[in-house]
Design a protein around this ligand. Structure first.
Ligand SMILES: NC(=O)c1ccc[n+]([C@@H]2O[C@H](COP(=O)([O-])OP(=O)(O)OC[C@H]3O[C@@H](n4cnc5c(N)ncnc54)[C@H](O)[C@@H]3O)[C@@H](O)[C@H]2O)c1
Length: 262
């Protein structure tokens, strides 16, 4: 039978998208990796709650998606605000299938450990680690109720390897990797997978704000001799939080151009 191009086009139109009918929460969605992942999820059919303290950025990037999104401005280090945001998402969409934690800051870098201020280290832990704890704590009951969930915490190669000059950031990301291992095991029989992603350097505002000498230290260590792209980050993230990724949990996926081979 002859297959016409119009038939192929119409079949393509009817193909289910990867995340049709799914509800996702993406933190740090106004910029960089969170923005790229949120847009990928929207294109693939998900309804997405976008959490960030940059409300203007959320509006600029997502206004055109209308009812497919819920934009929530909040400080992710405030547990009460996180609980309220998740309650709003459940009230609006009835469930949460996916949580992607992209909020992150480096804090002050290019410092040796004895030069690091306790206050700055505490702040980096609050934003990078406590945010993952607060958000996952808030969504897991809803995932347990439906026996399905996909949680992705964005960690960093710095958490696996330890970047000199980045104590607060590296240690907070190592803590995120530890959290991922624990949560992966705890919910392994409940249909919920919990994984992390460890990028090397992806050019975003977070990297642009760092001293050039610190960025060079990180990029020089990448065997592929280039930065990763936002598409590469979003594509790998999309697989990790898809239904297809059903037998991997507690794992930290690598996205480092060969820097980490484990
Ligand atoms: N870009 C890289 O090379 C790289 C490498 C490894 C890991 N990561 C991690 O990926 C994640 C995303 O990084 P990015 O490069 O896209 O950063 P980014 O700076 O582009 O985006 C971070 C977002 O988080 C938001 N945010 C920060 N603090 C917040 C708070 N307290 N409450 C609410 N929102 C807050 C910001 O407004 C921003 O929109 C981070 O966890 C980062 O550590 C990035």
């Amino acid at each position: 039978m002859e297959i016409t191009s119009s038939k192929i086009a119409s079949e393509r139109h009817n193909v289910c998208r990867e995340f049709d009918g799914q509800i996702a929460i993406v933190t740090g969605a106004a910029s960089g990796i969170g923005l790229a992942i949120a847009k990928k999820l929207l294109v693939e059919g998900a309804h997405v709650a976008l959490l960030d303290f940059n409300e203007k950025g959320l509006q600029q990037e997502f206004e055109s998606y209308g009812e497919q999104t819920l934009r929530i401005g909040l400080d992710i280090t405030n547990e009460a605000q996180v609980q309220e945001a998740v309650a709003d998402v459940v009230a609006r969409f009835s469930k949460v299938d996916i949580l992607v934690n992209c909020v992150g800051i480096t804090g002050v870098t290019n410092l040796k450990s004895h030069e690091v201020s306790t206050e700055n280290l505490q702040k980096v832990f609050d934003v990078n680690f406590m945010s993952c704890f607060y958000t996952s704590k808030a969504v897991i009951p809803s995932m347990l109720a439906q026996k399905y969930g996909r949680i992705l915490h964005i960690a960093s190669i710095a958490g696996k390897e330890g970047n000199a000059g980045m104590l607060a950031y590296s240690a907070s990301k190592a803590a995120v990797i530890g959290l991922t291992k624990v949560q992966g095991k705890e919910y392994a029989e409940d249909g919920i997978t919990v994984n992390a992603l460890a990028p090397a350097v992806i050019r975003t505002p977070l990297v642009d704000a760092m001293p050039e000498v610190q960025v060079k230290y990180m990029t020089d260590k990448i065997p592929m001799k280039r930065c990763g792209t936002l598409d590469e980050a979003a594509d790998l993230a999309a697989y990790i939080i898809s239904q297809k990724n059903s037998f991997t949990t507690g794992f930290t996926f690598d996205l480092s151009g060969g820097r980490a081979t484990y």
